[in-house]
Write a protein that binds this ligand. Structure first.
Ligand SMILES: C[S@@+](CC[C@H](N)C(=O)[O-])C[C@H]1O[C@@H](n2cnc3c(N)ncnc32)[C@H](O)[C@@H]1O
Length: 176
């Protein structure tokens, strides 16, 4: 399929910010349903302000990390286990966000960050790989500043509803 046909197929008014990114770039780097669309949907529910420090956990090829840095001016630790950080560093450089997206190789259950380091955590199409233990969300929460947010996106039928519930239940458990 040529790039023009692909652009046509991925044209989606539901995601206006994502429309500014090449369809070929999104398709080639996605490791599941479009992570750029998912990141855009998440930020509608969990706003991010410029300058925030964000953990993108299970970022894969860092598409969502690049999108969040470019669109919202956040600084992102693009953290993943299967994708080499050197490959993500190249992609981040090509996208023009080197210094704002930091590729990190890490196991989600043994994160190399200080407690309360992040303003927010996002995880797109990845949480089910490492977050199944009852205690995991509590562990992950330690890396977020008090009042910070965790947004988990799992694609599927009614996926956006699932995001909203995830964020709200986190707020409830934090007493917000
Ligand atoms: C289906 S891919 C999704 C990647 C990306 N978010 C996307 O949507 O294109 C799941 C990602 O979770 C990451 N992952 C799985 N288990 C992990 C673990 N234990 N620690 C850190 N990352 C993990 C993998 O490296 C992989 O990149």
């Amino acid at each position: 399929m040529d790039d023009g046909e692909l652009e046509e197929l991925l044209r989606n008014e539901r995601y206006p910010r994502s429309a500014g990114y090449s369809a070929r770039w999104m398709v080639d780097a996605s490791m599941g349903p479009n992570p750029v669309w998912q990141a855009e949907a998440l930020v509608e529910l969990m706003p991010l302000d410029a300058g925030m420090r964000v953990l993108d956990l299970g970022c894969g090829n860092a598409c969502s990390s690049v999108f969040l840095a470019k669109e919202f001016g956040v600084e992102v630790c693009a953290t993943d286990l299967w994708v080499k950080p050197g490959d993500n560093l190249r992609r981040v450089g090509e996208a023009g966000v080197e210094g704002r997206v930091h590729p990190v190789y890490a196991e989600a259950r043994s994160l190399p960050y200080a407690e309360e380091f992040f303003d927010a955590v996002v995880s797109i199409g990845a949480y089910h790989y490492f977050g199944t233990d009852d205690l995991y969300l509590g562990y992950l929460s330690r890396f977020v500043k008090p009042g910070g947010r965790i947004g988990i996106v799992q694609p599927g039928v009614g996926g956006l509803v699932a995001v909203e519930r995830g964020v709200r239940s986190r707020q409830r458990s934090a007493g917000a």
